[in-house]
Ligand binder design. Structure first.
Ligand code: ZN
Length: 320
């Protein structure tokens, strides 16, 4: 048993983790790839999943297990500040000749062709955007169908990410006025969720429909395709018309680096049920579990203490 565990750890730590949420940034420069799409060696299930990311590459990934400001989180009041979209300078260049769309094994990603985010006197340049299924952040305890991450980097190598939830578009506009029912929270107490304001129906976002129209052509990790022409103004306008929930967190993939400036939008993007099924069949599952409240101990450190206490108790019981 001891030997098996040690062999597993040695094998795991020898593996380089490549593709991640930081793909195309200074943390994972695209230039190293030499034109080929590099497939990630971490994953979301079993021993390459998020419970074991730190061991896949130490010490590079240590923050995954020890960091105290890890992402994603449950976006509940008190953990974020609100910034109106109209106060954020955000531009994303259209891609009239289409964009490169890659399957990194861990996500599907659009390589962008320019864009800026100006916030708090800092300028960030857009590198890429990619998708998670289901959403990584929780909207007041509730997971959403998908989440888009637009990854920006400053000249000083700081990272800012704009996150936007993606819902499945309503079949008929009338279905959107349904009241959200009460639900059970983590402490098993009944918690009355605030009924959302008569929410507008979720309509399909043209940008997403265009991108996902070719997602089945990159079903195999390591493949890429050129999308049809992409118009970004629809999404940019929607983001600016809503608010951003801001907090300091981390990359949601190895190396889980902290100091990431998160801007989670209150806007809702939409995909048709058919597009959702298509992209789900390619991505499968790629959401890291919700992390502890920012500033609180890493859940894996808490878990390690609990496991050690259980092992001691078991040993004591066996010796008795
Ligand atoms: Zn991401």
């Amino acid at each position: 048993m001891t030997f098996t565990l040690r062999a597993l750890l040695v094998a795991a730590s020898a593996t380089r983790v490549l593709a991640s949420c930081a793909h195309g940034t200074f943390l994972r420069p695209r230039a190293e790839e030499g034109g080929a799409v590099q497939v990630g060696t971490f994953g979301y299930i079993g021993t390459i999943g998020p419970l074991n990311w730190a061991a896949l590459e130490t010490p590079a990934n240590n923050a995954c297990a020890t960091g105290t400001r890890q992402s994603p989180i449950d976006m509940v009041e008190g953990v974020f500040t609100v910034l109106q979209g109209s106060d954020v300078q955000l531009t994303v260049n259209d891609m009239p000749a289409g964009a490169e769309f890659e399957n990194l094994g861990t996500t599907v990603e659009i390589i962008t062709q320019g864009g800026t985010l100006n916030v708090a006197d800092k300028q960030f340049e857009l590198q890429q955007f990619h998708f998670h299924l289901p959403s990584e952040h929780l909207d007041n305890g509730t997971s959403q169908a998908m989440e888009m991450h637009m990854v920006f980097q400053s000249a000083a190598q700081e990272i800012a990410v704009v996150g936007a939830y993606i819902n499945i578009a309503d079949a008929a506009p009338a279905a959107a006025t349904k009241k959200r029912s009460s639900r059970i929270n983590n402490n098993n107490r009944r918690q009355e969720a605030a009924a959302p304001p008569a929410a507008a129906a979720i309509t399909p976002t043209t940008l997403l429909e265009t991108i996902f129209s070719v997602v089945d052509q990159i079903a195999t990790p390591g493949t890429k395709v050129t999308t049809p022409p992409l118009v970004m103004s629809e999404v940019v306008d929607l983001l600016k018309a809503n608010a951003f929930q801001i907090y300091a967190g981390s990359l949601t993939t190895p190396p889980c680096s902290e100091g990431v400036s998160w801007h989670v939008s209150t806007a809702r993007l939409g995909v048709t049920p058919a597009s959702f099924t298509k992209v789900r069949d390619v991505i499968g599952f790629n959401a890291r579990y919700p992390q502890n409240t920012p500033g609180q101990p890493n859940l894996l450190m808490i878990s390690a203490l609990g496991s050690a206490a259980a092992a001691v108790a078991d040993a004591a019981a066996a010796a008795a």
